[in-house]
Write a protein that binds this ligand. Structure first.
Ligand code: NAD
Length: 429
């Protein structure tokens, strides 16, 4: 896990906000309002381990802004989770929904623990304990939970089940990312990675580059990275390396193959946490390189799909001169401080709030299908996601060209403007 001691992700989110608020000439009360979460909760979460020992975990929930509709946000399980990460994710989710014109606000929540170290029964108690804390502050018309890092459909179902027990009724709209046979949407697993690659194909079209002539390097091979990698390979691209975490070595590695990875083969040696088996990969002919080496590969596209603050001043020089596009499939993977240097090098950055918004688009579709009690095929869901995210990309790209700003600034300006307008319409400010 690479966190620099002075790095605070919410500070970075606020800097992004301030920069775009200035470009939008937003008045001070509106700025002050949009810089602050509407509500945030800190919980102490006691659970019993299988051996009967109690353990006290920390958990957080931030409901950032609901001017455009009920808040919506992912739940993370991660040992390095902090309230500031959750604040930043909730703020970003607010912009993400706005940029796609979804009738939703933004939230985020998390429990500070490492699922690798807990049995399934202990994880179930954590899910249920967490929901007992939040059950009266959330719900389908108020705040809807979905998956994020290290939360699976099984976790989401345990959370839903506990919520329904507490409220004594069926409330499928409280959770998205449910298992398919329990009201989940087909395509939810694929959605964030799929959406990111739909945008990559649009960007390459704009650049006049054929995808089959491109190479990419990935960081992260979990839910987002895997499905992005799969679609990129299907579209004809070549992936030369994928970096991921190795829990037993407590280190990240980059798995490299000059002629390109074999997606199906790598999936078959990857565990449920998105960790590629090092020994098996080496025996299949992959070179096992240091964790940061995914940045220095001779590729056109970098796909950070793991976690925040992964491309920074201290490793910026590692980026290969061939790189033309970075698609932020993860949330906050690039330190804002190096945005201008990336621009100087002519690298196009597709910001997270647009790039990985396929996830929340599909979560919204899951709610829509649940409300109708009629479910679409996976092809229909994915094609609707492609239509929606392409239209958001077009809005952002046209705005960027008109006002001569980056895709990041353009995305934030569009989103902030929509949330500011909704807050004004409600006479909140
Ligand atoms: P995941 O837990 O399924 O996978 C995470 C991947 O990152 C794994 O392959 C893991 O090995 C790798 N990883 C972790 N630490 C690493 C390190 N230090 N170096 C290299 N690799 C490392 O998580 P996910 O759901 O795929 O989420 C990935 C990112 O995408 C996060 O930023 C998340 O917030 C964002 N995101 C997730 C969703 C979603 O629906 N799951 C939606 C939008 C955005």
């Amino acid at each position: 896990m690479t966190y620099l001691p002075t790095y605070n992700i919410f500070d970075m989110a606020l800097k992004q906000f301030e920069r775009c608020a200035t470009l939008l000439e937003l008045d001070q009360p509106t700025r002050d309002f949009l810089k602050t979460p509407l509500r945030e909760y800190h919980f102490s979460l006691p659970i019993f381990m299988d051996n009967g020992e109690p353990v006290i975990l920390k958990s957080f929930m931030v409901q950032y802004n609901d001017a455009r509709g009920p808040t919506k946000g992912g739940v993370r399980f991660h040992p390095s989770e902090t309230i500031d990460t959750i604040r930043a994710l909730a703020m970003w989710m607010t912009w993400k929904c706005a940029i796609n014109n979804l009738p939703l606000g933004g939230s985020s929540s998390g429990v500070v623990f490492d699922p690798h170290l807990f049995t399934a029964a202990e994880q179930e108690r954590i899910c249920r304990g967490f929901v007992r804390k939040i059950a009266h502050f959330s719900g389908p018309q108020w705040d809807v939970l979905g998956p994020d890092m290290m939360t699976s459909p099984q976790h989401m179902l345990w959370m839903l089940d506990e919520y329904e027990i507490i409220h004594n009724k069926k409330v499928p709209g409280f959770i998205t990312g449910k298992p398919i046979n329990q009201g989940g949407s087909k395509g939810r697993k694929e959605a964030p990675g799929y959406g990111a690659m739909v945008i990559v194909s649009e960007v390459l079209k704009d650049l006049g580059i054929e995808i089959s002539k491109t190479r990419a390097s990935f960081q992260g091979f979990g839910m987002v990275g895997q499905h992005a990698a799969q679609l990129y390979c299907q579209m004809g691209g070549t992936i030369s390396s994928i970096a991921c975490w190795n829990h037993s070595d407590r280190s990240a590695y980059t798995f490299f193959k000059k002629d390109g990875i074999n997606f199906e083969q790598l999936i078959s040696i990857t565990n449920q946490f998105g960790e590629i088996d090092k020994e098996k990969a080496i025996s299949l002919g992959y070179e096992c390189l240091p964790g940061d080496d995914w940045l220095s590969q001779d590729v056109d596209i970098l796909v950070p799909a793991a976690l925040e603050n992964q491309i920074r001043q201290d490793n910026f020089d590692k980026i290969n001169p061939r790189v033309k596009v970075i698609i932020e499939a993860a949330n906050g993977p690039i330190d804002l401080e190096i945005d201008s240097q990336l621009k100087e090098r002519g690298i196009i950055v597709v910001p997270d709030i647009l790039a990985n918004s396929g996830g929340v688009i599909c979560s919204y579709f899951e709610q829509v299908q649940g409300n109708m009690n009629y479910f679409w095929s996976k092809e229909e869901v994915l094609s609707k996601i492609a239509t929606q995210i392409t239209s958001a990309y077009m809005d952002v790209s046209n705005f960027a060209q008109t006002y001569q700003v980056s895709l990041r600034d353009s995305s934030y300006m569009l989103a902030i403007d929509r949330v500011a307008r909704a807050s004004h319409e409600r006479s909140w400010i």
